[in-house]
Design a protein around this ligand. Sequence first.
Ligand code: ASP
Length: 323
Amino acid sequence: MADTVMILATGGTIAGTEDKNYASGYEPGVLSVDELIKDASLSEICNIRTSQICNINSDDITSSIWIGLAKKIDELSEDDTIKGFVITHGTDTLEETAFFLKHTVKTGKPVVITGSMKPADSKETDGPLNLYDAVKVAYDDSSSGRGVIVTFAGKIYSAAFVYKAKTDDVDAFGSYPQKILGTVEKGNVSYLQTKDKSDYNGTYFDIKGISSLPKVNIYKFNVDADPEILKMMADRSDGLILEGAGAGEYSKDLIRLMEGLSIPVVICSRSVNGYVSPGDLLNKNTVAGYSFSSQKAAILLRLALTVSCDIGFLRYIFSITAG
Ligand code: ASP
């Protein structure tokens, strides 16, 4: 009988404790997962099992941790007693881990990621409630088949659209271009959106035989941006993301330099609610990044490059996954 939620802990502020020696006033990734769940009343929801994946600041997450985590989730999902997964994570790169897992794990069981903005021993900590909500969502029948989701401050987000929007508010996340998926209030899970094409998990990529990802870096355009820096980045990368102004625009000098590049370049917008369509592209040899932030586009490009560097294929992947 599927009566268990598996908690996979990676660290972050939710496992952090106050410490004046740190610039932020606390150290992330200190408490173990078993310490985290001690007072969280989770056993009133379902059985809980735990695994400590790592215990770090999420700015130190690596793609090899992602690959290991995705493989572990798919292995564990064969266990019939597990109904869903909760991942505890730092908020800084939470959207990247969520997006990577969305495109790689195959299970239809709920995979829910959460964290907190205040450390575990702060009087105002938001960690225990976010963790409780995440377990509720992971254990709820209506969460299956929705892909990887994020719960934070009572809201449920699709990994496709979630992003960290604020740095000084416990309601720290936003959703773009689609709205939030639902809410979890006083333990009641309610979905506002029906399942749609963005709810699939891992349809296009198979990481079973993969132990590392191609290298993709992000170049942000600004006034007087130095084209030589882009060239240096291209020399050290398998692909690039160019974050352009407005609908993905950049200077004539950069257009000229880009003509000679032989690696794929995806064009995103530096506008907060930006969008780059194929018709906006200034260089013929580039790929439209649509509504993807540059950090999500980088993950999608890294995954796509594990399959092919053909520009037609890359354009196809970006067009069908864009929201
Ligand atoms: N730097 C922390 C982390 O991402 C911030 C947080 O968790 O809120 O691990």
